[in-house]
Design a protein around this ligand. Structure first.
Ligand code: NAI
Ligand code: AKG
Length: 416
């Protein structure tokens, strides 16, 4: 396979979706339906910049499938957003919702932009413009956005406010990941990391490694990566490497996580404050027990998979490992906890947020964390059991677990 195809996240997702559906006994018609989103909206968003000029941004909203319920998934602000990436991300959301047994299908949005080079007000105008542009196809019972790369609770607040203005109705359930004062859920900000911690605990148990002996390396120090570093440090593990887009930090004795958390900026950058850094490539190849990619796609490839020294890889990021690399890692006996399972903590607590918005009754953080733990462990057991009994790698097992309910819903509805 050419490198471009290998790194095309949509193409590789479609390969595994097809394998999963075939193993579950479905025919080509089901594969044809589920390997593409039902809907993809491309929008152009004019934004008045602070210097008085108007810049036109391109954005997307992809809705993979709504047979189970409304579609759900984050919105990404990043210069490398592409149509295929957003489509793949929406399919992964369907799989996450399927594994966690949420009443949703998968959706995802993205805008090609670089918020690191935009002012606060420009980001607000872009966020509001995006909602105006996609407002016809989203809504609390249609498609519910949330945060993802370089979007946060402030952006969710602007988006909710814009949607409420358009609908002339206060609509907290339109979006999740909101600030607490606007109907956000306790525990949503930390949910992705909390879910990853639970997966690491399960993986360590299987590999018979004690938490206190575990050496952890985390790529990415944003929402997912930084809270993960904090929780692993608090759990007694040694976080020996972290990174951001600019580079990586390494200390065999363990990094000063509290200091790093204090100094990171709102985009998850911290390594620029240090002179002694290593590269992201070197970080991935460090001798450690658990490697957690928590940044972007295609970080572990056929070029470096045989050099990974961790015995456990837990994918907090979406799509960090290519299919070729998945095979190399599984052949080498590395326990890989795939993204659609490992990073589902975010959408699970988003679901809790939506339920609380619908009820108008709010839970305490302990209740959120306890329910999250139950759902993550149930998901893990399901996937691990398929991996063990059907003798398939963990990614295929997760796809089989994730697509099962969706395919049944499609069948009951009589769509194929
Ligand atoms: N925020 C959430 O609730 C969820 C996030 N995820 C996934 O987790 C990953 C990270 O998301 P967030 O932490 O929310 O994003 P973020 O924007 O808060 O942080 C991203 C981090 O990755 C770093 N990074 C960016 N490009 C990089 C590169 N080429 N090499 C190394 N580091 C790089 C950034 O410097 C930053 O530290 C993404 O794949 C996202 O889709 C998955 C589930 C939920
Ligand atoms: O919280 C959500 O609804 C979606 C989170 C997300 O975008 C993801 O899991 O990739």
């Amino acid at each position: 396979m050419s490198n471009n195809k290998a790194n095309d996240v949509l193409h590789s997702t479609q390969i595994v979706i097809e394998q999963a559906l075939r193993r579950l006994g479905y025919d080509q018609d089901m594969i044809d339906l589920l390997k593409e989103p039902l809907r993809l909206l491309t929008v152009r968003i004019p934004v008045r910049m602070d210097d008085g000029t108007t810049k036109v941004f391109t954005g997307y909203r992809s809705q993979h499938n709504d047979a189970v319920g409304p579609t759900k998934g984050g919105v990404r602000f990043h210069p490398d957003v592409t149509e295929n990436e957003v489509k793949a991300l929406s399919i992964w959301m369907s799989l996450k919702c399927g594994i966690a047994d949420l009443p949703y299908g998968g959706g995802k949005g993205g805008v090609i932009c670089d918020p690191r080079n935009m002012s606060f007000r420009e980001i607000e105008r872009l966020s509001r413009g995006y909602v105006r542009a996609v407002s016809q196809i989203v809504g609390p019972n249609k498609d519910i956005p949330a945060p993802d790369v370089m979007t946060n609770s402030q952006i969710m607040a602007w988006m909710m406010d814009e949607y409420s203005r358009i609908r002339e109705f206060d609509s907290p359930g339109f979006i999740t990941g909101k600030p607490l004062v606007l109907g956000g859920s306790k525990g949503r900000e930390t949910a992705t990391a909390r879910g990853v911690v639970i997966m690491i605990q399960e993986a360590l148990r299987i590999k018979q490694i004690e938490m206190k002996d575990a050496r952890i390396v985390i790529q990415g120090f944003g929402n997912a990566g930084s809270y993960l570093a904090k929780f692993m440090h608090e759990a007694g593990a040694r976080v020996i490497g972290i990174s951001d887009v600019n580079g990586a930090l390494y200390n065999e004795e363990g990094l000063d996580i509290e200091y790093l958390l204090d100094r990171r900026d709102s985009f998850g950058n911290v390594t620029n404050l240090f002179s002694q850094t290593i590269t992201n490539d070197q970080l991935l190849e460090l001798d450690c027990d658990v490697l957690v990619p928590a940044a972007i796609e295609n970080q572990i490839t056929d070029q470096n998979a045989s050099l990974i020294r961790a015995s456990i890889v837990v994918e907090a990021a979406n799509g960090p490992t290519t299919l070729e690399a998945t095979k190399i890692l599984s052949d080498r006996g590395v326990l890989l906890i795939p993204d659609v399972l490992a990073s589902s903590g975010g959408v699970i607590v988003s679901y809790f947020e939506w339920v609380q918005n619908n009820q108008g009754y709010y839970w305490d953080e302990q209740e959120v964390d306890d329910k999250l733990m139950l759902m993550m462990i149930r998901g893990f057991n399901q996937v691990y059991e398929i991996h063990r009994t059907r003798k398939v790698d963990m990614r295929l097992a997760a796809y089989m677990a994730g697509v099962r309910k969706l395919a049944e819903a499609v069948r009951f509805r009589g769509w194929v």
